[in-house]
Design a protein around this ligand. Structure first.
Ligand SMILES: Nc1ncnc2c1ncn2[C@@H]1O[C@H](COP(=O)(O)OP(=O)(O)O)[C@@H](O)[C@H]1O
Ligand code: SF4
Ligand SMILES: [Mg+2]
Length: 331
């Protein structure tokens, strides 16, 4: 039965946002790119959901699609029960304010000619809030992200460091009082020490602003500490989904295992724990039949070419889409 394997991933009562069989296809001159190929999951109110996977696996496309900032080819996205794909334009504009996104390149995402004090409250301009109220709000949100108003209010984006610019981008998202914040590789371009500061900041404001967070990264290490649940994607599909305790300690999908092995480990003198992922990611124009990971999977068997694996629960509590998942004894 379609979707039966994922039904238990979506306790509707807790879900702030629920995604069912979401698909995004891009038509190009050379064919159709299947960027997101039928993914189902929920985002629980108040949680931080980490989304990881190699570059090109569809993380950004999925992030944009669930906020309806990007194209959607099929499926359903419900925000507090409202079908985001079906709402009229006017209602969508109002809803969008509650769904904010920040990106990898904070400087590039800010209008270069606007000073910080205006940038952070741009989202309020259309809501009829007075200039005085907006300025008050700018002070509050800049304070929340650790930027002193008097020092930063008149600076332009190019007068900010990467970390400061990302703080401004976060303040700008917070200014409209969102419920969901999607951070797309928000720390990937920053130095490691600044990454940690921004991650801590996101943790702090989460409680203060009563936020639900989706944290997208290509690096499994980055999402580990911040996530309540982790979703691993490969070539437009979900491979594994669960609490980090389960996913990191006993990864059940060979792809998750390989990703974890490709993270340099300080306890091994910065070497990898296992063979790094080999081979190229197949083209999303023509993904492999059956299991999409099979062309790179050391465990692949005949069944993997003919049948697509469905999500199923493991003995360690996460969900995995693999015909021959790793057992805890093997990991
Ligand atoms: N506008 C677009 N037109 C065509 N292909 C696209 C477009 N946006 C993304 N893609 C392709 O879709 C796939 C997923 O991209 P993306 O969501 O950016 O991955 P990720 O964020 O995980 O790196 C990639 O193969 C990418 O090249
Ligand atoms: S279904 Fe087969 S090819 Fe896919 S990850 Fe599992 S073992 Fe590997
Ligand atoms: Mg991306």
């Amino acid at each position: 039965m379609a979707g039966s394997g994922t039904a238990h991933l979506r306790p509707q009562d807790e879900a702030l946002l629920s995604v069912e069989e979401l698909r995004v296809d891009f038509k190009t001159a050379t064919g159709t790119v299947q960027a997101v190929s039928g993914i189902s999951f929920d985002i629980r109110r108040g949680e931080t959901l980490g989304i990881v996977g190699e570059s090109g696996c569809g993380k950004s496309t999925a992030g944009r699609a669930i906020l309806r900032l990007g194209q959607v080819s099929g499926g359903r996205v419900r925000f507090e029960g409202t079908d985001l794909l079906g709402v009229p334009h006017k209602q969508l504009t109002r809803l969008r304010r509650r769904l904010q996104m920040i990106f990898q390149d904070p400087v590039g995402s800010l209008n270069p000619r606007r000073p910080v004090r205006r940038l952070v409250v741009e989202g309020l301009a259309a809501t009829g809030v007075s200039a005085r109220e907006r300025d008050k709000r700018a002070r509050t949100v800049l304070d929340s992200v650790g930027l002193d108003y008097d020092r930063f209010a008149d600076r332009l984006p190019r007068q900010l460091s990467g970390g400061q610019a990302q703080r401004v981008a976060i303040a700008r998202a917070l200014a409209v009082n969102p419920e969901l914040l999607v951070c797309d590789e928000a720390v990937s371009a920053l130095d490691v020490s600044v990454q940690a500061q921004i991650i801590n900041l996101i943790e702090d404001i989460k409680a203060e602003f009563d936020l639900t967070v989706v944290f997208i990264a290509h690096d499994l290490g980055v999402v580990r500490t911040i996530s309540d649940r982790v979703m691993v994607m490969y070539l437009g599909k979900i491979c594994e989904f669960g609490e980090p305790e389960a996913v990191y300690a006993s990864p059940a999908h060979p792809y998750t295992r390989a990703l974890l092995d490709s993270v340099p480990r300080p306890d091994l003198d910065g070497h990898f724990a296992g063979p790094a992922l080999t081979g190229d990611i197949p083209s999303p124009l023509d993904p492999p039949s059956g299991c999409r990971f099979r062309s790179r999977c050391p465990r692949a068997q005949d069944l993997c070419a003919t049948e697509e694996p469905q999500m199923a629960a493991t003995s360690t509590g996460q969900y995995v889409a693999c015909h021959f998942p790793l057992t805890p004894a093997e990991t």
